[in-house]
Ligand binder design. Structure first.
Ligand SMILES: [Zn+2]
Length: 319
């Protein structure tokens, strides 16, 4: 009996220290009328009434920001904190029914935003719908999970990961126009000054795409800093095709979200895809004072902007 009590206490303590307040993956918000039957496959077809419930939950996204930036904190790509965050994201995506792969690669040593960092192993979390076949048209929605060493990374980029997880829930529970592969990228942040000194996770992913996977990719979006401001930036690096950017701008118009297009943004994971000639764009990048600092805490992120970004993405994916 004592033993059982101790075990229960240990479990409660462990949950307190490692889990967010609520796991949206398994516990839909109380306000939602989502049926209680568990969702096991992203390819599950919705009934119309269920589809009507398919809206972006900004509060669920904000809870992810609170957990990643408020509880875990700085997540440099080779750190124990990054591994903890990535494991948590894996569990969230697996619980939604995705096939989750740990895509390992090496991040080199260097200097990240003024702080020396060592070389080490890290990984992307890649979640595929189980029904996706190679050569079938698909989309990628990704967000980098790592931070510079000194920043808790609420806006940069727990915001992007939070929106990606909420989109993964929507796609798993409903219908998207194409299958979507969701990615939490490792080692996006710079480890030196050059164009080859950042975006290591997305570079690794692009290098491992088969010819058929490149051919059938219909669009990749990097969600990076999507919780600050009132207007949603929709950008490319100015080299690749602009189809995805155009589609996102049109989606924003349809859902009445103010957006602004730019074609000079090479500072996120879309650039790895664009350099390879693949259709890609970046959502987000509004400047803010706490950028790459210890002040990039959850309060910086505005749930209303998470909602705007998420609503544009969901419109792009579902229509
Ligand atoms: Zn970033």
């Amino acid at each position: 009996m004592l033993c059982t009590a101790a075990l229960v206490l240990a479990l409660i303590t462990a949950c307190d220290s490692t889990d967010p307040p609520q796991r949206a993956a398994t516990s839909p918000p109380a306000t939602s009328a989502t049926p209680t039957s568990p969702v096991t496959s992203p390819s599950t077809s919705p009934t119309p009434s269920r589809a009507a419930q398919q809206t972006f939950q900004a509060r669920a996204a904000q809870r992810t920001v609170d957990f990643l930036a408020g509880q875990i904190g700085p997540r440099e790509a080779t750190s124990a904190a990054y591994r903890r965050a990535a494991t948590w994201v894996e569990q969230r995506l697996a619980a939604l029914g995705y096939d989750v792969e740990r895509q390992q690669f090496r991040a080199p040593n260097g200097v990240s935003w003024g702080v020396p960092v060592g070389a080490g192993s890290t990984w992307n979390v890649v979640a595929r719908p189980p029904s996706l076949r190679e050569g079938e048209p698909y989309l990628i929605a990704g967000a980098h999970l790592d931070t510079v060493p000194q920043a808790p990374g609420a806006e940069d980029n727990a915001s992007g990961v939070a929106v990606v997880l909420e989109l993964a829930r929507l796609v798993a529970a409903g219908d998207s126009r194409l299958p979507v592969v969701f990615v939490a990228f490792g080692a996006e942040e710079p480890r030196g000054p050059g164009d080859d000194d950042h975006h290591f996770g997305s570079t690794a992913m692009v290098s491992r795409l088969s010819a058929a996977e490149r051919q059938s990719l219909r669009g990749m979006v990097s969600l990076d800093r999507v919780g600050v401001g009132r207007v949603v930036p929709i950008c490319t690096g100015g080299r690749g095709p602009t189809d995805v950017q155009r589609e996102l701008v049109q989606a924003a118009r349809r859902v009445d979200v103010p957006s602004r297009a730019c074609n000079d943004n090479r500072a996120s994971d879309h650039w790895s895809f664009e350099k390879a000639g693949l259709p890609a764009a970046r959502l987000g990048s509004t400047p803010y004072a706490a950028y790459h600092s210890t002040r990039d805490r959850p309060a910086v992120v505005n749930p209303a902007q998470l909602r705007r970004s998420g609503t544009v993405m969901w419109e792009w994916m579902s229509r």
